[in-house]
Design a protein around this ligand. Structure first.
Ligand SMILES: [Mg+2]
Ligand SMILES: [Zn+2]
Length: 284
């Protein structure tokens, strides 16, 4: 089913030898009033990107575009814990200095495999009635990597909003990355707390709609997906990738502080596990 989705929906990003048409990237992604989202959606579903939608970490994969497919030690030595965003800014600057182009980076991104079952989950969401799912992506990768990949599999239109670190090419052909925001959550890296994003989004949309969602879902894998999932309530469902950090943190919290983590927890190995549970929940 995943393969058939891929085949029927795959559209080459642009014909060989032709320039890709200019798209309003940042304005489209960052628009603060998504007027096209209908107010009657029953469910809100959040997705992480790296190791959740794609089966790799895009920041690691981009190294394949570097000369010799590796980064020099003087560069990797500059990484400091909690300052990952600044480190990636330096990596992207290095790639540009080495002559790596936008099309080199895009072709690396487009080769990243989907996580098992993920395209089936996308197809399930797409085939539901329009009033069912509002679909949001929250990622500490960057807008450029995510847009490349989603367009490649024909899934860009599924996502009503993408929250990620803004990244655009400057006139010198360098991909310039910036932090998403600043916050004071002690659990999260300086540039992004997904709980702040999720809370703000749910509060704003609930006000715009004039009523809450029936349920909120969160599909993720990382430690930075645990923080937003903590804000979910007892009718909501957290879908942590089994045996990944988000799952371990939920399990540890259940043991150390019972009642602190409120959402129903459904670990998944294939995203088809997520489809099975959603099928039951939307039938309620
Ligand atoms: Mg992740
Ligand atoms: Zn946080």
């Amino acid at each position: 089913m995943g393969d058939s989705f891929f085949n029927c929906c795959y559209v080459p990003p642009h014909p060989p030898g032709e320039e890709e048409p200019q798209r309003p990237r940042r304005s489209e992604i960052m628009a603060s009033h998504p007027a096209h989202i209908s107010p009657d959606k029953r469910f809100l579903i959040f997705f992480d990107f790296d190791e959740t939608i794609v089966d790799e970490t895009s920041d690691d994969m981009v190294v394949q575009a570097a000369p010799g497919q590796h980064l020099p030690g003087w560069l990797t030595d500059t990484y400091q814990p909690g300052r990952y965003n600044e480190y990636m800014q330096r990596v992207l600057a290095y790639l540009a200095e080495q002559g790596v182009t936008e099309s080199d980076i895009r072709s690396v991104m487009e080769k990243i495999p989907a996580t098992p079952g993920m395209l089936t989950l996308f197809q399930f969401l797409r085939n539901r009635p329009a009033k069912d799912f509002e679909v949001i992506l929250v990622s500490d990768a960057n807008t450029y990597f995510i847009e490349c990949w989603l367009r490649r599999v024909g899934a860009r239109q599924l996502f009503h909003r993408i929250f990620s670190n803004p990244a655009t090419f400057n006139k010198d052909g360098r991909l310039v990355l910036r932090p998403f925001h600043s916050h004071d959550c002690p659990r999260c890296p300086d540039n992004m707390c997904k709980q702040v994003i999720v809370r703000d989004y749910v509060a704003r949309r609930t006000q715009e709609r004039g009523r809450p969602y029936q349920r909120i879902f969160y599909v993720g894998d990382g430690a930075n997906d645990f923080c937003p999932a903590l804000s979910l309530g007892p009718r909501d469902v957290a879908f942590p990738r089994r045996d990944f950090p988000m799952h371990r943190l939920i399990t540890e919290t259940h043991e150390a502080q019972p009642g602190e983590f409120k959402a129903v927890t459904v670990p998944w190995v294939s995203a088809e596990d997520v489809v099975q549970r959603l099928r039951k929940l939307v039938a309620d």
